[in-house]
Design a protein around this ligand. Sequence first.
Ligand code: ADP
Ligand code: MG
Length: 616
Amino acid sequence: MPAIKQLPSHVADLIAAGEVVERPASVVKELLENAIDAGASAIVAEIAHGGMTYLRITDNGCGIAPEDLPTAFLRHATSKLRTAEDLNAIGTLGFRGEALAAISAVSRVDVLSCVSGADSGASLHLEGGVAGEVRPAGCPRGTTIVVRDLFYNTPARMKFMKKDTAEGAAVSGIVTHLALSHPDVSFRLLRDGAEVLHTPGDGTLQSAIYAAMGRDFARGLLIVHGASDPVAVDGFVSQPLQCHGTRGKQVFFVNGRLVKSQLLTAALEEAYRNRMMKGKFPGCVLHVTLPPDQVDVNVHPAKTVVKFAADKPVFDAVYYTVLDALDAQDRPASPAAPPQEAPRDFFRTMTAREYRAAAQEAPRAKTAPNPAAGGVQLRMHDVAVPHKPFTAEVMRGGQPVTYQITPPAPPVKAPRPQPEQQTIEPEQVKPWRIVGEVLKTYIVCEDENQTVWLIDKHAAHERIRFDALRAAATPPMAQSLLTPLAVDLAEAEYDAVLEHLPLLESFAFSCEDFGGGTVLVRRIPADIRPEDAPAALEELAEKLALGGADPEGARDALLHTMACKSAIKAGMDTSPAELAALVAQVQSGAVAYCPHGRPVKYALSRYDIEKMFKRA
Ligand code: ADP
Ligand code: MG
């Protein structure tokens, strides 16, 4: 064995640098975070060749005093942490004191800085971590750091760099995320001289989203705002119909820090369950805020991993606040009102029937997450039977609108006198005129504001069936079959059925093992025709086999299948009375998506139609 020796410090620095500085984007991230920590209100990032040859970050923050300049580039030198206790309550983005040392170890750096109040500033040049002399320099308040020739002295690392465009795109991603987490700071990014991003820094998340993620994304968003002590959740989520093909548009911040978290993703997507198509993902920009001692951000140098002291309160807070936002938008202010109309208190414009329907939806919501933790504020399910005034925010015509709602008395347990009910029906909403049915699938209607509605009759009915099945306290009615059905199943499904016999029984499927992959079915749900039963059972078994451990999901899967099998089908004849009943439900806003997330209705305004005919 050769003798053991401590590494020379410059070698140790290079190794340490490799952990902090992976690529230009990580340099930009560290420098932008320093600028934010320095209290800057405007930050400009410029890069050339994806940041490999040149990148410059300019801020108007507090600056670095000339005598501190060399110190700032030493390892473990920081102004943000003094004692071990401070680690438990970190309020800044940086705290390790490693970034500047790491960056300067693998590049050529020039720094120019001026603290507020000083007449002039100072500059310093470093090459491979070796500092030159501090020289006086004239400059405005703030700090400019130029990084040239990244990895010039670590050729092994250089080999791992992607094309300039890929590195530049990664830099854009970082700037975007920081801009979204700091709407009060104006960010500009110039790539090879062209401005690719510029946020106003006006303090509103919407402006930042608009500038950083584009108009299309910003347009289809719903406000999310709520808290379940001690976790607050704020931001925007995409409308179920504007979901995306990947999770790339999910942006989460915990206490202002960008994180990747399966927990947060799961909570978000759970809220969209039954509203979104398979293979689609919601987008979001969500800020989760909780006391610093409830989060451990110190788990990975890149710091996008997060650990919570307790997962459940965080999951619940995100899940319920997002669910509230989605539920709120499913209940339109007035089904007949054009979106551009001035907002009105939507409880007062509801008919008594809609009001009761909304109230009946309340039990559908899961129970309050944790009574000890204070419950979620602004829960639309709870306020469906509201007792005190509250505010709610919903999107109207693409704009977020805050409603001050003073709800009427809760609906009847014992019958109420008539006049009281009339107070919640000040305005009669005209039923949509049913023009007819086309392709034996779509109902065509017109509302009093000349909007034409197309309704998918199967999707609408399926949703109604699904909600009814889900709300029902009693298990579905069963019908006994004269001759038991023998259903052959694939192995996994066969096992799943045998494993879940009591669950299936609670859904009115009585099955018994017939051996060799066959089950005998003696009773089936009354809503399902016997000829549909084998297919329904197979579908359930498949879902049970896949869904396994999640009883809530399995239950929903069962209900999906039952709703689908018992709903009016496209291509089948439907009586006018049935069509009218469907239209009334859709008009009331009670159904918006089928349980698989497909839309139930589609609006065509007069303008849309005139545009088709080139009249507008
Ligand atoms: P950390 O951010 O973890 O403290 P860094 O190596 O990133 O470590 O920075 C070291 C120190 O240099 C910081 O603590 C801060 O005092 C100072 N500093 C770095 N960048 C700036 C800046 N843009 N404006 C003002 N001070 C800065
Ligand atoms: Mg730092």
